[in-house]
Design a binder for this molecule. Structure first.
Ligand code: AMP
Length: 220
């Protein structure tokens, strides 16, 4: 553990929607001080602020498709080289295509860096659907809750910052099915990509956050 802390870990979280990437990323951030970089949260922020990028991304997001590579690579590049990166980072939801993984290698190699671990969070489809259908997120700090599995202390209010909790529009059933299909077709090939590079660790993520995090600690 101490070694990992000293290394300021550079971690990529892979896995289908609902595998727990956002929750585990926050736990890693709290444990190691690493920066949590979620391209989904970045895009939702652009949508909320009604920027040109947000307007372009929204249609793809609402249909369960991926936002075009160029757009998401540019947003990620601007953040990954930002303040705090020396503490390490946890990438949540990026890369999602082989092209993005190639772009990430280039971005990191310019900084003389490479990912230390790629954690492949694995959970069966019925667990994923149950998680997504009850998922809530804070509109201000993006923290994730679940109506049954991880409820906030006060209904509709974030424990952390007092922000309002909302249900993501892409967490409805038809969109979840489309997102899972997108994952299988475009993102799952990254498992082989990173296995070939010797950095992939499989993590069983079908239980609660505490159990999954224990498994993560064992792996890193
Ligand atoms: P997430 O919060 O990671 O589930 O992302 C929500 C949505 O944002 C996805 O369904 C995609 O439409 C879009 N998105 C997030 N990250 C990426 C990415 N790396 N590449 C393409 N689209 C993305």
């Amino acid at each position: 553990m101490e070694d990992t802390k000293a290394l300021n870990p550079k971690i990529i979280l892979l896995g289908p929607p609902g595998a727990g990437k956002g929750t585990i990323a926050e736990m890693l951030k709290n444990e190691y001080g690493a920066v949590h970089l979620s391209t989904g949260d970045m895009l939702r922020e652009e949508v909320k602020n009604d920027t040109p990028m947000g307007r372009e991304a929204l249609g793809y997001m609402n249909s369960g498709a991926l936002v075009p590579d160029e757009l998401v690579i540019s947003i990620l590049e601007s953040r990954i080289t930002g303040e705090g990166r020396e503490k390490g980072f946890v990438l949540d939801g990026f890369p999602r295509t082989i092209r993005q993984a190639g772009a990430l290698e280039e971005i990191l190699s310019k900084a003389g860096a490479a990912p230390d671990f790629v954690l492949n969070l694995q959970a069966p489809e019925d667990v994923i659907i149950q998680r997504l259908s009850g998922r809530l997120q804070c509109a201000d700090c993006s923290r994730i809750y679940h109506v049954m599995n991880m409820p906030p202390k006060e209904k509709g209010v974030c424990d952390e910052c007092g922000g309002k909790l909302f249900q993501r529009s892409d967490d409805k059933e038809e969109t979840v099915k489309a997102r899972l299909k997108t994952y299988r077709e475009q993102t799952a090939p990254l498992i082989g990509f990173y296995r070939d590079r010797g950095v992939l660790k499989d993590v069983k993520a079908d239980a609660g956050p505490a159990e999954t995090f224990e498994e993560v600690r064992r792996q890193i």
